[in-house]
Design a protein around this ligand. Structure first.
Ligand code: ZN
Ligand code: ZN
Length: 105
């Protein structure tokens, strides 16, 4: 997987209508479909903090959910405000790097 321990984005942009693209300092490029990221929201409302179990139910998330704004949080993460009104999750760069679709299984 690489990117050392602390992945750092060089560029975060939108891709297409819905998707988010991150170009990492390592040169690796990640493309995240919007709904995929929405379903991975790490906030306490979507994942049980104690058990790590997912509380969010995919059928409750619209097929065309999209990010309405992206906001950097300090130097470690990204807050995504979604068109369904949800904005509690802070996606750390480490999490985002781990979620890269092209690097998973
Ligand atoms: Zn959430
Ligand atoms: Zn990848």
């Amino acid at each position: 997987m690489g990117d050392n321990n602390r992945p750092i984005p060089r560029e975060i942009t939108r891709a297409g209508d819905h998707d988010i693209r991150i170009l990492w300092k390592s040169g690796h490029e990640s493309l995240y479909p919007a709904r995929y990221l929405r379903l991975k929201c790490p906030c306490a409302g979507c994942v049980d903090e104690w058990t790590g179990r997912k509380v969010l139910r995919p059928q409750e998330i619209s097929e065309d959910v999209a990010p309405s704004s992206l906001e950097l949080v300090g130097r470690y993460g990204l807050r995504i405000r979604w068109t369904d009104g949800h904005s509690d999750g802070i996606y750390t760069f480490g999490l985002l790097r781990d979620l890269c679709p092209c690097c998973l299984g």
